[in-house]
Design a protein around this ligand. Sequence first.
Ligand code: PMV
Length: 325
Amino acid sequence: MKKTVIVSSPGKLIIGGEHAVVYGRRALVTSIGMRLYMQLSTVDSADKRTLDVFFHDTNTRHTVDPSGPADAHAIEIQGVLRVYDHYKSSLSEKDSLAMEVRSEIPIGAGLGSSAAFSVCLVGCFHLLCHEKLPAEEINQLAYQVECLFHGTPSGIDNTISTFGQSLVYSRTLKRHLSFRLSNLAIIDTGIPKSTKRMVGLVRDYVDAHPEEGEAILNEIEGCVDRMIDHPEEVDELFQRNQDLLKRLGVSIPEIDRIVEILLQRNISTKITGAGGGGCLIALTSTFTKEKLFELLNGNPIKSIEFVECGVEGLREETAFSEQST
Ligand code: PMV
């Protein structure tokens, strides 16, 4: 008998505290109204079990023997196989598996696409095998998948994608907040960035300048605490957090220039995520997307989007995605 489950989970924006969170400091993170959708079905197999994964966005299909060696495959398939291994004893031996993935979250822009993939992956298998979505358990296994993809991330991305809303997050704390920004623009520079490289740069800086490094990390955490207690100061705190990120070495001239142009129009802007490229967030209630494009003409801008913040985390869906209904 064929069985199908569908889940979705959101991308994220780090409002403050990226990088410092790697060193145990508190960060402020919110989920956004861009989601990844995943469908997992059992398929009768006459012969040997196969695992078929289709990525709609890149139109790529991987058909693999799940009992074969995982490291021969692309990293995302290794992630699928890692989760399959965890659940395989609960699956019927006669069944093959077919997975489909579709995402509204741009890949590699610092908006949490890989974490949404990891969370949905665990969510789908759990729902198929146990017919429920226990958030804490799913989040823990999703973190293992994130470690396979990124080394030792702080866990902020998978946690917000699982639980949704907004969170104050550290390695030892996860507290929901009603924090919401209604005037937040995401500016994607389109400049490729590597989280691993940026985390490494910060590590080099902190190792070479331990006193200054610790002071900057503490100051970043101070910005985060202040944003939570005094959201009316968020404009000024964005600027302060951006300056501190620059001192840690994760800004680049292209980003400095965009931040400067927008500041001349009283728009506070900061890196969100690892930096070195990727996305910025800007606070503006008066400028439209078109106006922002006009202001930033000549700078590397791939897209500008105003997004909803503080949305629902991992959830079961009745349709694979809005487009398919
Ligand atoms: O991969 P990104 O761009 O979402 O950045 C993740 C945030 C960092 O603090 C830089 C790394 C981490 O593991 O928290």
